[in-house]
Design a protein around this ligand. Structure first.
Ligand SMILES: [Zn+2]
Length: 221
């Protein structure tokens, strides 16, 4: 490989984040608690052909059944981020890739530094880096944002906003309605009309994904 930008190696720092959210729903008064102890890593594999790219995609599609996955790049460098509560799974995935491919990079945890490493190798190998979600409040890139708010306005396309673990924890409120309001009020994007928003859907009781409806027609301003 030219300049050998990738070698089979592992960059390791501490692995795992702990995030605790403790809002309380107002309607029932029942508390829900979500405690995540997730480990995450990024795997970058040099693919020498289209069929190898397909093979790598299929491998991570299988991993997707037992862990969260997010594709980061495609082309000569195919990379994925994986998040799981089973930390040992991360080493097992790396082991399987090392056994199959010549050039594999295993970076954990999957933080902003790791994303920069992948981005640099993508440039060096003319691979395509895929967009990484950014926190709507602090702007930090976050591969697996714990919170998502979809804002539906009249006649405009839905706006999807993601929030990182620390901003999510910081804006936590006893009532879901106040929590979503606090996120949107702090959002760097001025979402006019979101103050009149109504929560219309929550993906699931344990999920931090909310859809709200706004009466405003000018959400993009
Ligand atoms: Zn943030």
């Amino acid at each position: 490989m030219v300049d050998n930008p990738m070698r089979s190696c592992s960059l390791s720092k501490q692995s795992g984040d702990t995030v605790t959210y403790e809002p309380t729903t107002s309607a029932s008064g029942a508390a829900f608690r979500q405690q995540l102890v997730e480990a995450h890593a990024i795997y970058a594999v040099e693919a020498s052909s289209a069929s190898q790219r397909k093979e790598i995609d299929e491998f991570f599609a299988e991993i997707g059944a037992v862990a969260q996955t997010s594709k980061l790049s495609t082309g000569r460098l195919v990379s994925y981020a994986v998040q799981t509560v089973f930390a040992e799974l991360l080493d097992e995935i790396a082991g399987a890739l090392y056994a199959t491919y010549e050039h594999v990079l295993y970076v954990h945890p999957a933080d902003e530094v790791a994303v920069d490493v992948i981005s640099d190798i993508c440039r060096a190998t003319h691979s395509k880096m895929l967009p990484v979600p950014q926190c709507g409040i602090c702007g930090k890139r976050v591969l697996f944002p714990p919170t998502m708010v979809v804002v539906n306005g009249r006649g405009s396309r839905p706006i999807i906003r993601h929030y990182c673990p620390s901003c999510t924890a910081d804006k936590c409120r006893p009532k879901i309605k106040d929590f979503v309001r606090a996120l949107l009020d702090a959002d760097a994007r001025n979402l006019k009309g979101s103050r009149q928003a109504k929560l219309v859907r929550r993906k699931s009781r344990r999920d931090m994904a909310f859809t709200i409806a706004c009466t405003s027609r000018n959400l993009m301003e």
